[in-house]
Design a protein around this ligand. Structure first.
Ligand SMILES: [Zn+2]
Length: 278
């Protein structure tokens, strides 16, 4: 997509399915809107995405609405919107979680691409990283860092230690075609040994082999869409979490063993840094 051009939804889209964590049926509705931005609608009220509180500590990203309700697992929806440059749209959820679909954002991206139109913007509509901003988790040796760049790029390393034999790395330079080909189809995954703990926290109740890759304790991971699908999915999650900024990001974001907690924290720091930097 050319600079200065973004997309808006032109027809409503409705998708339904079970949520990954609640296991409950929910309905996602996307609607056209006249105002620039990603809007969240709830019972007649509408909120700008970047004004809502977000939390990444429940194995996904949760949005909190002013009425006390929340929407779980928004990251794949937001990744699809950001990946396709759809920055003028409203969404609402009947239920409390975005449907898991196939564990990736491909079904949603395919639906979106048929129902959007491109338009030109005169005003500046991006958040430019002008100096390094980072967050880290010292206990895990993990970090997510944003650096200045002329494009939107991601560099992601997944490292589950040499004993698991799983290290994957990928680099992604954002373009709509690359998004569809390289990231959109990468599915959610879970390590086999984490499943019990996740279920005991009341999460992952909608996880099935059709929407989640289970990484076995030993041996190869069966049925992958890409050899480095885990890294690609981490990149997809990162892209979705960065969309919490409500505008396209211009910068390079490096994630080493990162996840939703660090991603969400980074978006908060970027918002603050942006205000301070002005
Ligand atoms: Zn994900």
């Amino acid at each position: 997509m050319m600079a200065g051009k973004i997309r808006r939804l032109k027809k409503p889209i409705t998708l339904e399915g079970k949520g990954l964590h609640t296991g409950e049926l929910s309905v996602l509705k996307l609607s056209p809107t006249d105002e620039l931005g990603i809007w969240v609608e709830k019972e007649g009220e509408r909120y700008r995405l970047q004004d809502l509180e977000a939390d990444g500590s429940f194995r996904g990203t949760t949005l909190f609405l002013p009425d006390g309700s929340s929407i779980k697992t928004v990251e794949h929806l937001l990744a699809a919107l950001s990946g396709l440059g759809v920055w003028q749209v409203a969404f609402s959820i009947e239920g409390s979680e975005v449907p898991a679909l196939d564990g990736s954002c491909l079904p949603l991206a395919e639906e979106l691409i048929k129902n959007v139109e491109e338009f030109s913007l005169d005003e500046q509509f991006s958040l430019d990283v002008t100096f390094p901003v980072w967050v880290r988790d010292e206990d895990r040796g993990a970090f997510v860092a944003a650096f200045p760049s002329n494009t939107f790029e991601l560099s992601v390393v997944v490292n589950y230690g040499t004993e698991r034999g799983i290290t994957q790395a990928m680099e992604y330079v954002h373009q709509e075609e690359s998004f569809i080909k390289e990231l959109a189809g990468a599915r959610t995954f879970v390590l086999e040994e984490e499943i019990e703990e996740i279920i005991s926290r009341g999460l992952g109740l909608g996880g099935t082999k059709d929407n989640t890759i289970v990484v076995p304790l030993k041996g190869p991971i069966p049925g992958l869409r890409y050899p480095d699908e885990l890294a690609r999915h981490k990149a997809l999650d990162l892209m979705g979490d960065l969309a919490l900024l409500g505008v396209p990001l211009k910068g390079l974001v490096v994630s080493y063993k990162g996840g939703h907690v660090l991603n969400v924290e980074l978006t908060k720091r970027l918002k603050r840094a942006c205000v301070l930097g002005e």
